[in-house]
Design a protein around this ligand. Sequence first.
Ligand SMILES: [Zn+2]
Length: 405
Amino acid sequence: MEFTLKKGYRPYEAYQYLEPGRDYPIIDWADWDWAGRHVLALTDNEEARVAEILANAPYISLHDHPDFTTRDMSSCKPLFDAMRSGRDRCGYEALAYSNLDCIFDNMMDGTNIISSPEGWKWIDIIHDLGMRLCDIAHQNFMTHCKTVDDIFQAKKTGRIACVFVIEGAAPLENEVDRIDILYGLGIRQMGITYSESNALGSGLKEDHDGGLTHFGRQCVERMNQVGMLIDVSHCGPQTAYDTAVYSKKPIIASHVGAKGVWNTKRMADDRLITAIADGGGVIAIEAAPHTTMSKTHMTHDIDSFMEHFEYVKDLVGIDHVGFGVDCMYGDHVGLHHAFASALSTGETSRSQQTYQEVPFVKYLENPTEASWNIPRWLVKHGYSNEEIAKVLGGNAIRVLREVWA
Ligand SMILES: [Zn+2]
């Protein structure tokens, strides 16, 4: 496979309108392809099919953090200093090498420690979003996506539509109107909780899940009214299920796997997967290190990831599956170590099975590599063009048309 840049890309480095070292501290960021550029091998015929599918079908990643970690991850300090600097660095050129037409960008979220060691503060969320929008305003390859038309426009012009989203609703505190404010500022999807509980419901690391609260129901209703897509990936099982049932619009799990394949708190149970599909929503499969493992693939890789995809597809049908790989540029395993407590990786990925830690997830290590290999794997494993078009973006577009309108 040749590595080519999208036709709408013009060379641009994040914040290049400022002078590094004078206007903001210089940070040594990782190389986007530090773990290599792995591509699944295909026959010429299969290559032609992948090219044909990608030329026609919009490709959407429903959950990513397309930003860099620091190069040195041997201690927490460089990474924490970078996060506190308040300028998350988007991988424009790396994204230009991808097959994506649209990416859901969760910004700093769990690592947003600009003003507090615990993160998730309202002021920091606004800082993160405003800073990123300022950067985006100084180039014209990534567009700030607010409508379904923006996705088709990006595809047509060789650009990427960037949907800004927030992984958990803790920054709302007890203010339902903040949903309107975030929508007004261009946020188009929000999680009900992160792994910790908040005023809306219980997070997935709790032992006792009290379900969607009264305030949570109010927020679901407001999100339905304003057109904010709801994500339940980090909710406890009861809170997630209540949300799926209570919401009048389809919801998504933007980055999960199936408990039926790998039994950890982080994975979705059959009842939730079925409830999301019954409401017309989508379950998107994630690839963050050591999440979507399986008993037949005890080292995390594209085959264990796809076992989760096929399990969900077999349970609820091809119309309700998608991909939200939840990757970034740089050492993701290192980031998990540095932020183990903030990201609750210990509590949520604990499993009865012992597994071998991988240094990176081959074929899915960053948003770019994942976008090369997911369509290739699907072609290789006998999926039709129509089925692949659905899971790459068609299913997501159906949901967005119902929710964002
Ligand atoms: Zn997450």
